[in-house]
Ligand binder design. Structure first.
Ligand code: TYM
Length: 344
């Protein structure tokens, strides 16, 4: 099984309001992995339409996620950046996986329950089978490592189950077609760093999210310096000073969250941040955090604006990336067709 060469794949949905959680939990990890791995980073527009999207906004948001990737430091020449709908293997393999995954597996997905809400009967079929498409994204390239935030862990486990079941269901045919070991790798989630689950600035028990109705709950990658400072100033906290050790975060989710954000932005551990700020009031810590956030995110939002002013250039990058992605995925999907027994 370990015979699969290492390859990184990850994706971000173009659903607007790209935020600090996406940046710290995912995009900064994408950037780091470029030095050690071949990486494929995808703007997952097929996933986005599992909830209705305004067509004009969708187009804008696809370009905006691409701009964020590039502004954060992803190198689209060395690695691959593209949007999912341009490579048909994603949808084709997702159909195969619709026939491999079991209803019971998908019924357990907490994200579906959250997104479908009380009116499950009205949710799109796509929202229910969403994790199968995610498995297809990864396995279309036989990717081995997937950097994601904590909230995607369950989906990654499902991807592993799908890969495993495909390998078992078709074991004989896989061997007959000359493949040693399992055809698909069991992709490993990479959930690392001090900010794998950035929480809302308004409520430390809720994840920072694109869909939160309050804009003050999140720092958007498009926010300017003043807005970042204002949102941090208004962030919910408690009246106590910061603890000196991480054990002191018990029952203080907002304090833990702000320290986690600081740690991730500064490239430090929670302990190191508490070493510097333990015992200090939020009136001291918040301005330091605001300054650090503005310093780190300011150049990214400026660069995003610049890139967004030249949409044709972004589209060229996506088209070129899609061609390279197709060249990897097409022969893998041809193997899948042979393994399943399709005639071509
Ligand atoms: P999406 O678009 O919701 O989020 C993109 C990435 O950001 C991470 N993230 C967070 N990390 C820390 N704190 C937060 N508050 C936070 N919110 C979001 C997510 O974990 C994710 O890594 N299903 C995926 C997209 C996807 C995908 C894939 C990912 C589609 N196919 C294949 C990996 C591999 C999603 O909705 O991410």
């Amino acid at each position: 099984m370990s015979s699969h060469p290492p390859r990184v794949f990850s994706g971000v949905q173009p659903t607007g309001n790209l935020h600090l959680g996406n940046y710290l939990g995912a995009i900064t990890r994408f950037v780091t992995l470029q030095d050690s791995h071949d990486c494929i980073y995808c703007v997952v527009d097929l996933h986005a339409i599992t909830l209705w999207q305004d067509p004009k906004e969708l187009t804008h948001n696809i370009r905006e996620v691409t701009a964020a990737f590039l502004a954060a430091g992803i190198d689209a020449d060395k690695h691959i950046v593209f949007n999912q709908s341009q490579v048909s293997a994603h949808a084709e393999l997702a159909w195969v996986f619709n026939c491999v995954a079991r209803m019971g597996w998908l019924n357990r997905m907490t994200q579906f329950k959250e997104k479908a809400g009380k009116h499950k009967e009205n949710a799109s079929v796509g929202l229910f089978s969403y994790p199968n498409l995610m498995a297809a994204d990864i396995l279309a390239y036989r990717a081995t490592h997937v950097p994601v935030g904590e909230d995607q862990k369950q989906h990654l486990e499902l991807s592993r189950d799908i890969a495993q079941k495909f390998n078992t269901d078709f074991a004989e045919s896989i061997a007959a077609n000359g493949h040693q070991g399992g055809f698909f790798p069991l992709p490993e989630p990479l959930i690392t760093g001090p900010a794998t689950r950035v929480m809302s600035l308004r409520d430390g028990s809720k994840k920072m999210s694109k869909s939160d109705p309050s804009d003050y709950s999140r720092i958007n990658l498009t926010d300017d310096q003043d807005m970042i400072a204002k949102k941090i100033r208004k962030a919910r906290t408690d009246p106590e000073p910061l603890p000196s050790e991480t054990a002191g975060f018990e029952g203080r989710p907002e304090a833990a969250n702000l320290v986690g954000i600081y740690a991730a932005l500064a490239g430090k551990s929670h302990e190191e941040v508490l070493h510097d700020f333990g015992g200090q009031q939020f009136s001291v810590f918040k301005p330091a955090l605001a300054e650090l956030a503005a310093e780190t995110l300011g150049p990214i939002s400026t660069e995003m604006k610049k890139l967004m002013a030249a949409p044709d250039h972004i589209d060229d990058i996506l088209r070129a990336g899609a061609a390279r992605a197709r060249a990897i995925a097409a022969p893998i999907f041809d193997d899948v067709r042979r393994i399943i027994g399709f005639v071509s």
